[in-house]
Design a protein around this ligand. Structure first.
Ligand code: GLA
Length: 685
């Protein structure tokens, strides 16, 4: 592989967007599951629904290479011909997400092995070991043949490599992986004593005399070495990325102008999106809101803000969402009328230039036949299809949105290495889970009407008025210094408990927690005091937050103040008056510390004050609770998108001159009446 082939092609993504001419709309298209006659109806309905981009062939390896080397792309050539004839662009998959039966038959060693030592068989999908040279080679060969065959096809607009890497197989523990891990460690540490030092192997007699003696952290009698586990997560992520790169480099060589992407699974722990994203031409994510959630839009919003943050605010692709229900939760809720539209516009409000679904036509057989489709089992005469067609038509009516950007003043920091380390076993509390703790911060900011970029600690923080670091357990000294200088230079920082605790090898920063942030936060902690499962603690605001109330749980710390002032104190009998949340003026900026988990009321008070002090302005003042507003602006104009996440009607008064972008008459609007789950798209001027 030539390393130059790993770099995204400049301008490739713009060619895709220019070709589409407006927001993309479509989904996974799997015509191979259907008789040939169905395609005519598909194409007619796609035209009606204004579908302009479909993902083709994700699980088609066994069809295009039914036995070794017997490549036959004629079926998909016809599909792409038909799509092109209907003006639809293909996001053509490299078809490598599910190895075909012949490959497993000839090379059973490609099958993944669990930490418990079980071999995972074929019959599902993603049944390959990420380190398998055989899998990588056969996948790259298929990508090469495919790219060569379709390089000049006019429907080809985007390459879709693999599918949701790491979704089913985050890591493999077979002997091939073990050998690859040892090679990876040799490269990383060079000297086995450097590894011994990094892994603290004098603990429990784990000192290695040679790299040859190292094994993956498979099932062990008790907690396997945490630093070894952490390195195994890094290694496994990089092995998955190497699978992607093996294919992407072929595509870039054969079809240099065609953009390359892969669809991340939103909220997935095993794949470090921030490390992968620079190697794509455009970021794409799959996100499956759970309509049974109390606030089903929050977790997806966080996913969208992460994917946008992964490529510096560029437009991104919502590659998959469900038209209605999924089939893989224990209880699968449908999207009630209007919710699919609302949540699709939510993605656009968060910067998506493509709204796509899994999948076009609901399967008749196979493991996902009860997963909704854009064309359901009931056919086009159905609520789901009607809502889909209406959405497609609506999105097509606002081409000016294409390429406009969301700009936010607040960043939430997320670091995959810290996530991996935070959730290792043998910790003070098993309750500190990254995804939930992120939402503890994200939800109240959302309620305050403040848009957020989710970025890594290495991002350019100077671009933000407020930076929030939820439970950033692993923090390098350099990143801690960057946070410190950010505050010294006038920035506002909010840090939550169990942050800045360990270095990149999961070794504790000494001298009182959170050692590398003590100076900027003006606090010192000697011991963590995790709460029992249902234990809660009353807290109350003080100083500028006098009168504010809240309830805390999960975690407490006996904070020593070394410069900071309390903003919230505990109000429970045992800890009355001890600081819970602090504020520290440092240099030209302010740093807050939350030593406990506050409920939403408490969080809104603390973050509300941090937001106000930092001069952060919501997109629109005075919005009713549960109504979200976002602004996108760029060459196509300035757009205000209003989303009513509630089940009630609301009225929103606007300042300035706005026209209704969804109204063909371009009506001027000064007040917007939003029905339950309603959406409004307004253009400035
Ligand atoms: C994932 C996959 C799809 C499909 C959907 C179902 O996103 O990429 O192939 O399985 O889930 O929700």
């Amino acid at each position: 592989m030539d390393v130059n082939d790993l770099n995204p092609a400049p301008g490739a993504a713009s060619r895709l967007w220019r070709g589409l001419g407006g927001l993309a709309f479509g989904g996974d298209y799997n015509p191979e599951q259907w008789p040939a006659e169905t395609r005519a109806e598909d194409l007619r309905l796609m035209a009606e629904a204004k579908v302009n981009l479909v993902t083709v062939g994700v699980f088609a390896w066994a069809r295009v290479e039914p036995v070794r080397d017997a490549y036959d792309f004629s079926y998909f050539e016809k599909v792409l011909d038909d799509l092109h004839a209907h003006g639809i662009t293909a996001d053509l998959a490299t078809m490598t997400a599910s190895p075909p039966p012949w490959l497993v038959h000839e090379h059973p060693e490609i099958l993944p092995v669990t930490a418990e030592g079980a071999v995972l068989g074929p019959g599902g999908r993603q049944h390959f070991c990420p380190s398998s040279p055989v899998y990588r080679e056969r996948a790259a060969m298929l990508a090469e043949r495919l790219a060569t065959h379709f390089r000049d096809h006019p429907a080809l607009g985007l390459w879709h490599v693999g599918n949701e890497y790491g979704c089913h197989i985050a890591a493999c523990y077979c002997e091939v992986s073990a050998a690859a891990f040892r090679r990876w460690l040799r490269e990383r540490y060079d000297d086995v004593d450097a590894l011994n030092d990094a892994w603290s192997t004098d603990f429990w007699s784990q000192r290695y005399a040679s790299f040859d003696h190292v094994r993956p952290p498979a099932l062990a009698p008790t907690f396997p070495n945490p630093a070894q586990q952490l390195d195994y997560m890094r290694f496994s992520d990089q092995e998955l990325r190497a699978c992607f790169e093996a294919e992407a480099s072929v595509l870039r060589r054969v079809t240099p102008g065609v953009p390359v992407t892969t669809n991340f699974l939103g909220g997935l722990k095993s794949v470090d999106v921030f490390e992968w994203a620079p190697g794509l031409d455009v970021a794409a994510v799959d996100c499956y809101a759970d309509p049974h959630d109390e606030r089903p839009h929050l977790a997806p919003g966080l996913v969208y803000d992460t994917i946008r943050g992964s490529r510096g605010g560029e437009p991104w692709i919502l590659m998959e969402q469900a038209p209605s229900a999924v089939n893989w939760r224990a209880r699968n809720a449908v999207k009630q009328p209007g919710r699919m539209r609302l949540w699709s516009w939510q993605a656009v409000a968060h910067g998506a230039d493509a709204v796509m679904f899994f999948q076009w036509r609901q399967s008749r057989g196979g493991a996902e036949k009860f997963h909704s489709g854009m064309v359901p089992h009931a056919g086009a005469d159905s609520r789901v299809y009607r809502e889909i067609a209406a959405l497609g038509q609506e999105l097509a009516s606002v081409p000016g949105l294409l390429g406009t950007r969301v700009r936010n003043q607040v960043a939430i920091l997320l670091d995959w290495n810290s996530w991996w380390a935070l959730e290792l076993d043998s910790h003070p509390s098993a309750g500190v889970r990254q995804a939930e703790r992120l939402l503890d911060h994200y939800g109240p900011l959302h309620d305050l009407g403040v848009g957020v970029d989710v970025v890594p600690p290495s991002a350019d923080l100077g671009a933000y008025a407020l930076v929030v670091a939820p439970n950033l357990y692993l923090l390098s000294t350099e990143d801690a210094e960057r946070l410190t200088s950010y505050v010294a230079g006038g920035g506002a920082l909010v840090v939550s408990f169990f942050s800045g605790i360990v270095d990149q090898h999961d070794r504790v920063h000494l001298g009182g927690y959170p050692a590398p942030l003590r100076e900027v936060l003006g606090v010192r902690v000697e011991e963590f005091c995790p709460a029992a499962e249902h234990e809660t603690f009353a807290v109350r605001g003080c100083g500028a937050l006098e009168g504010a109330e809240g309830v805390a749980d999960l975690w407490r710390e006996d904070l020593q103040l070394t410069g900071a002032e309390p903003e919230f104190v505990f109000d429970s009998a045992d800890w009355a008056g001890r600081p819970a949340v602090t504020r520290h003026e440092f240099g030209a900026g302010v740093a807050r510390y939350l030593s406990t988990r506050l409920d939403e009321t408490g969080m809104r008070a603390v973050l509300g004050r941090a937001v106000a002090e930092a001069g952060v302005r919501p997109a629109l003042q005075g919005l009713p609770a549960g109504v979200e507003a976002a602004v996108r602006s760029g060459d196509g104009g300035t757009f205000l998108i209003l989303l009513n996440h509630t089940g009630d009607k609301h009225e929103v008064r606007l300042d300035g001159e706005w026209t209704d972008a969804l109204d063909p008459a371009d009506a001027r609007v000064s007040t917007v009446a939003l029905p339950p789950a309603g959406v409004a798209v307004l253009r400035a001027g």
